[in-house]
Design a protein around this ligand. Structure first.
Ligand code: AMP
Ligand code: MN
Ligand code: MN
Ligand code: MN
Length: 284
């Protein structure tokens, strides 16, 4: 059914729980989202849908509308892209197999990150990161960052990333994630919609970004995150124009991870601009 005023709905379609690199359980996020006035919610853990059942049932108990979600890591050219999948069948076997394959390199990567950090004098980072991971199959750079902050090596998570965890820094390990075709293919085959997450975060030239968006669309991608905790006001405008130019729907999500670290709380975002069709326009 087409909802008459979808723009007015407080939709938060991007956030993380302890199933990936968030610090709250799916139930705790559902509660916080509800208390913050979110009216349509999706939990989008990295490369994992293990939290979907809990999220859906917590939302149901609160009377909060829910759609399934995931954020898939993709290697494209020399950049890592994030593709959010929304409103898919969580029991789809091919999607689960694809996600399992995508996250399978994380354990080895985490060990290598630990080894490389040891070489610059930081002991026990692998074990430390693991102790922060709610899901041992989903050790993320964020878990390393929390450990390095706890150790007093950096003052905050952002600092750890710029000094240790990005390309060219000692804790960085190159990864081969899913291809763009795989990620979009799995989402679509499971009946979901593929959304290009936080485009403002990718280090691509204008030409590369155009090629990437064209490929995203050719493969069946339908929407772009315009209103996200990762964008500033000028990026809201830039990606509204991009969505209009390419005929993509718009999405909205905080990308909330944790109370101390995330500057955008659940549901605390401006509305999607009127010029765009909300990706959720026919989900309510
Ligand atoms: P991974 O998937 O293990 O490579 O970790 C990626 C995650 O690290 C992202 O989803 C963010 O949560 C976090 N992240 C990436 N870059 C930064 C940054 N500059 N500051 C803080 N967190 C970041
Ligand atoms: Mn994350
Ligand atoms: Mn992301
Ligand atoms: Mn995210």
């Amino acid at each position: 059914m087409h909802y008459p005023n979808a723009h007015a709905v407080n939709a938060d379609l991007h956030c993380h729980s302890t199933v990936s690199d968030g610090t709250l359980s799916p139930t705790e996020i559902a509660t916080r989202a509800f208390e913050n006035g979110v009216e349509l919610w999706s939990l989008t853990d990295h490369d994992e849908i293990g939290g979907q059942e809990e999220a859906a049932s917590a939302a149901k108990a609160l009377g909060l509308a829910y759609v399934t979600g995931v954020e898939i890591s993709v290697s494209w050219a020399s950049e890592t892209l994030h593709i959010v999948g929304l409103n898919f069948d969580p029991d789809d076997a091919a999607l689960e197999a694809g996600l399992q394959q995508t996250r399978s390199g994380r354990a080895r990567r985490a060990e290598q990150m630990g080894e490389q950090l040891r070489k610059v004098g930081i002991e026990g980072a692998f074990e430390g990161a693991l102790s922060y991971a709610g899901n041992p199959n989903l050790v993320s750079r964020t878990h390393f960052a929390r450990f390095l902050v706890e150790r007093g090596i950096c003052s905050d998570v952002r600092d750890v990333f710029s000094n240790y965890l990005i390309a060219g820094k000692p804790g960085f390990v190159e990864m081969q994630w899913a291809t763009l075709a795989e990620a979009i293919g799995w989402i679509r085959a499971a009946g979901g919609v593929a959304v290009l997450a936080h485009p403002g975060r990718y280090r691509l030239s204008a030409l590369e970004a155009d090629v990437m968006v064209e490929e995203f669309m050719r493969l069946g991608g339908r929407a772009v995150e315009v209103i996200t905790g990762s964008h500033n006001a000028s990026q809201y405008r830039k990606y509204t124009a991009l969505a209009q130019e390419f005929g993509l729907m718009g999405s909205r999500g905080s990308d909330f991870h944790s109370l101390g670290e995330s500057h955008t709380d659940l549901g605390a975002l401006p509305p999607l601009p009127d010029a765009l069709t909300p990706v959720w326009h026919d989900w309510l």
